[in-house]
Design a binder for this molecule. Structure first.
Ligand SMILES: [Zn+2]
Length: 325
């Protein structure tokens, strides 16, 4: 991919050295002073992350004396199955560390130590002879709500962590900015004259269409927060070996709340003044900003029993027609 790493040959090391040194000393201090460790709050999961997993695939290339990293693909899927409470790895284990920073405050919001095959390869004879190898690696992190800084750090011989790679990453990275998504029902709307569903647009509709987005986002955010809390509780009950009955009750409550929320969303969207009209509505493809969908509601946008929007329907017809011919 290389959008944010257009100079992959350079190892981003020196500029961060001082800062990482400070971080390292601080980290050591945190481990040594338990009282302070308790006093230092973990970042609040819901403020930074969604209940989804982001997978960052990257290539790790080099020999015994050199290594570079280039981002390959970024995916988003499922729920986040890891801890929502312990976001920072304070064990200080592993040759490498993946670290996620909030670029605005510079705050560390997630970290995990790990070892890799590339790290092992570096100790081999071919690597010492300068034969470069490429390894495909993946970092699994909770999916951030906004752009974050993805950083890889490596330990040197003195056991100090140094940043070897850094790139800003957005959760809608699989729809890179400026590139029109391939999906027939999602647009970046950067070329209004060539809107892919222009033949289906309602007459005289404003583009982009000013729907009730702020209120919808608020509703969605409140639910994501509540959902994460319930998921945490269920995970906690399972972890601590709570009675099956109690776990069952918590899971049922979750399902009930989930249905209630879907109903609320349905009602909200059904009341929209743009209901049934084909326009260009911001909020699509898991992204609240920068991507647009053709109608206020569609089975591809919110769950429940509801029809496809007119654009989805038309493209499904096209596919079926293609196979009939
Ligand atoms: Zn649709």
């Amino acid at each position: 991919m290389g959008r944010n790493c257009n100079d992959p040959g350079r190892i981003l090391r020196d500029s961060k050295e001082l800062k990482m040194k400070t971080c390292y000393i601080l980290a050591a201090w945190l481990v040594l002073v338990p009282f302070f460790l308790q006093a230092q709050p973990e970042p609040a999961f819901e403020d930074i992350f969604m209940d989804k997993t982001m997978r960052i695939d990257y290539f790790h290339i080099g020999d015994a004396n050199s290594e570079i990293v280039t981002v390959d693909h970024i995916y988003q899927y499922g729920i986040w199955a890891g801890s929502r409470v312990k976001l920072i790895d304070r064990f200080n284990n592993g040759l490498y560390y993946v670290k996620i920073f909030d670029p605005e405050s510079g705050r560390l919001v997630y970290s995990r130590g790990f070892n890799s095959y590339f790290g092992e390869y570096q100790t081999s004879r071919p690597a010492a002879e300068g034969i470069k190898m490429t390894y495909h690696e993946s970092a699994l992190i909770p999916c951030p709500r906004k752009i974050i800084r993805f950083s890889l750090e490596k330990r040197d011989r003195k056991n100090k962590l140094h940043e070897i790679f850094s790139s800003s990453v957005a959760y809608n990275e699989f729809y890179p900015k400026g590139i029109e998504p391939l999906e027939p029902n999602i647009t970046a709307f950067s070329d209004p004259g060539n809107l892919k569903w222009k033949d289906l647009l309602d007459k005289d509709i404003a583009l982009p269409t000013p729907w009730e987005k702020a209120a919808y986002d608020e509703l969605d955010y409140a639910w994501q927060k509540q959902r994460a809390k319930m998921n945490d509780r269920i995970a906690e009950l399972k972890r601590t070996g709570a009675p099956a009955e109690e776990i069952n009750k918590a899971e049922q409550e979750y399902s009930r709340k989930d249905r209630e929320h879907s109903q609320k969303v349905d009602e909200f969207l059904a009341k929209s003044r743009y209901r049934g009209k084909v326009g260009v509505y911001e909020g699509a493809g898991y992204s609240s900003q920068g991507l647009y969908r053709p109608m206020v509601d569609c089975i591809m946008f919110s769950k429940g029993s509801k029809p496809f929007c007119k654009v989805c329907e038309a493209s499904i017809r096209k596919v079926i027609q293609h196979y009939l011919e």
